[in-house]
Design a protein around this ligand. Structure first.
Ligand SMILES: C[S@@+](CC[C@H](N)C(=O)[O-])C[C@H]1O[C@@H](n2cnc3c(N)ncnc32)[C@H](O)[C@@H]1O
Length: 258
């Protein structure tokens, strides 16, 4: 979510001090829902009191690297939304987190519905919208069990990499079912650099971490991040790719439902 990691987990065994020092029994955590709920509990006061929550990051105060990357990423995401979406039609924010993009979209006059598997993030999104006098609908749920009508405009920002690799195809096909004919889906994913260490970290290290609840609970990125080749394979039978754009930090896709 932020600079490719919400929490600056840079090394194999590094755990964000605020997350690890909190009274939290990590051994009870078995998946990323727990990770995000815990993250939300720790940072809820900061997010809610941030003057611009749509740009909040863990280094928002000092306007650090993660913040700068977030500013750039939301700028690129918003520019794709402006190019491909109509504010006359509602938008589904899939894996909406605490409502970052929902806020941006609502401020631009879009009717927004968001869902996320983290109940704490959904609480924060509802509270943010209440405090900022915005209208939006948020539901807690996985793409498979959320009960929503179909949409012709969907954003899926920095979510697929958090879905277990073996279920990514299924995840996208469930999102396909939530789409109206010819729906447009805008996706962002962290960019995996071509340099050897990045590839090794993504391919080898995360092949290990994805199998242990220890890492799933502590790391924001325990799963391998899909490369462009991987992602194109997932979407091939479901969506056509209208646009692909790559930056140093992020890959962006605009897809149309087949
Ligand atoms: C990195 S955050 C991105 C949040 C938001 N899209 C943004 O960019 O600010 C990833 C989010 O995906 C959500 N998520 C992961 N798997 C999900 C699933 N199967 N169904 C719904 N939400 C999911 C997580 O709870 C988390 O809020």
């Amino acid at each position: 979510m932020e600079g490719k990691t919400w929490v600056p987990l840079k090394n194999f065994f590094h755990v964000n001090s605020r997350l690890s020092s909190a009274r939290c029994n990590f051994s009870n955590m078995s998946n990323q829902v727990e990770y995000y709920n815990h993250f939300g509990k720790i940072y809820r006061p900061e997010i809610l009191s941030c003057p611009e929550p749509e740009l909040w990051t863990t280094d928002y105060q000092e306007k650090g690297r993660v913040y700068k990357e977030m500013v750039e990423r939301t700028r690129q995401q918003t520019s794709l939304v402006e190019e491909y979406f109509s504010s006359e039609l509602p938008v589904l924010d899939a894996g909406c987190g605490f409502g970052r993009h929902a806020m941006i979209l609502a401020k631009k006059g879009f009717s927004v519905t968001g869902f996320d598997s983290s109940g704490i993030f959904i609480e924060i999104a509802n509270e943010l919208f209440r405090r900022h006098n915005l209208t939006g609908r948020f539901s807690k749920g996985e793409v498979a069990n959320v009960s929503l009508s179909q949409f012709s405009q969907i954003v899926l920002f920095d979510v697929v990499e958090h879905v277990k690799p073996s279920t990514r195809k299924q995840f996208l096909s469930e999102l396909h079912s939530l789409s109206l004919p010819s729906a447009v889906l805008i996706v962002s994913l962290p960019h995996v650099k071509k340099r050897f260490t990045s590839q090794l970290n993504n391919r080898l290290r995360r092949k290990i971490t994805q199998n242990f609840s220890f890492f799933l609970a502590r790391e924001e990125h325990p799963y391998p991040i899909p490369t462009r080749k991987d992602f194109e394979k997932f979407v091939r039978s479901l969506f056509t790719i209208l646009k692909f754009k790559e930056t140093a930090a992020t890959d962006y896709y605009v897809l149309r439902k087949l």
